[in-house]
Design a protein around this ligand. Structure first.
Ligand code: ADP
Ligand code: MG
Length: 318
């Protein structure tokens, strides 16, 4: 039976944790959550050709399916523990599944995650992961706590993944950008460091401005972002023109960085902790009274980004 052979190969790389009382092999997993902690549950699906390009390496598909879920746990300030994997496959291709699981289990091992169960079916290639983690009761990071006067910060750099989708795939810069698209690094240690310090947090999957809008709405505040403060990688800084790069940074998706709001007195502590982790942080704006997210140029004029380009509301030139 091809399905049982595939499940046996998946089970062989599931990883182990003492709190998995019963893992792959029965009708359900038995998991032991720690006392006094809240269980954080997230679920994200990757569909072939929609959430990753059809030419994506199998190991990268497995890595990314887990990474986007761990990124959601990071944005909640959670410690990851368990994952479930629903795998839809066009055919029972053992070599392909082993390569997918190599990428998945490589990232799982980095963060101590055990695969506790899942489902394997025939259909268009898709991976749906449920990830479970813990956060001390009352300490989860949420979207609804930002206050006027808070600073807005972001981890890492922005726009690499969007540029990888848009640019030709030749050269070492293209390889660096493609790595950001294929193998995002969930910012779990940063998320934990933000507990009790950040007033709001979100992970960046749909693009900085769109994702910050979720914080603005949930918190009933406005957000102002300085366009010239957005962090950029060396590889991206060498591509295209300034406005195209800004478009990728501000509205490109798939960054999987954390954006968060900090009361000003928390900034030094959080920066020290991130430096210890080797993760750059950048202050990119502020929370204000009002509604919506505005991208501002150096003179404080709003910049409007559209899918096809950009324009200043003010009519001023950049
Ligand atoms: P059932 O028919 O009871 O739903 P399955 O035959 O689908 O059981 O699954 C058998 C066992 O294998 C279960 O423990 C299930 O969680 C696990 N499993 C199936 N597919 C996967 C997968 N893609 N990843 C991890 N575990 C899986
Ligand atoms: Mg069953």
């Amino acid at each position: 039976m091809a399905e049982f052979d595939l499940i046996a190969r998946i089970a062989a790389v599931a990883g182990q944790r003492a709190d998995v009382l019963l893992g792959i092999g029965d009708d359900g997993a038995l998991l032991l959550p720690p006392a006094g902690q809240h269980l954080v549950a997230v679920c994200d699906t990757l569909n072939a050709g929609v959430h990753f390009p059809l030419d994506t390496a199998a190991a990268a598909i497995g890595w990314k399916a887990l990474a986007v879920n761990l990124s959601d746990l990071a944005a909640m300030g959670a410690e990851p523990a368990w994952a479930l994997l629903a795998l839809s496959l066009p055919e029972a291709d053992t070599a392909f599944v082993e390569a997918v699981m190599q990428g998945f289990s490589e990232l799982a091992a980095c963060h101590g995650v055990a695969l506790a169960g899942g489902d394997t079916t025939r259909g268009p290639l898709a991976l749906s992961v449920t990830a479970l983690g813990f956060v001390p009761a009352g300490q989860a990071l949420r979207r609804d706590g930002a206050c006027a006067g808070d600073e807005v910060w972001v981890s890492g750099s922005l726009g690499d993944a969007a540029a990888a989708l848009a640019l030709p795939a030749a050269g070492s810069d293209a390889a660096a950008l493609r790595q950001r698209l294929d193998r995002p690094q969930p910012r779990l240690a940063l998320g934990r460091a933000l507990r009790g310090r950040a007033s709001a947090a979100i992970d960046l999957s749909d693009g900085l401005l769109a994702d910050l809008d979720h914080i603005a709405r949930a918190s009933a505040v406005g957000i102002e972002i300085q366009a010239d403060s957005l962090p950029i990688s060396p590889a991206l800084a060498r591509q295209a023109d300034a406005m195209t790069r800004l478009h990728w940074q501000a509205s490109g998706g798939d960054d999987y960085e954390l954006a968060f709001c900090l009361p000003p007195h928390q900034a030094a502590t959080v920066q020290t902790e991130a430096r210890r982790q080797g993760l750059p942080l950048t202050r990119i704006g502020r929370v204000v009274a009002g509604t919506g997210v505005r991208l501002l140029d150096a003179r404080g004029n709003p910049i409007c980004l559209s899918r096809t380009g950009w324009e200043h509301f003010s009519g001023a030139s950049a």
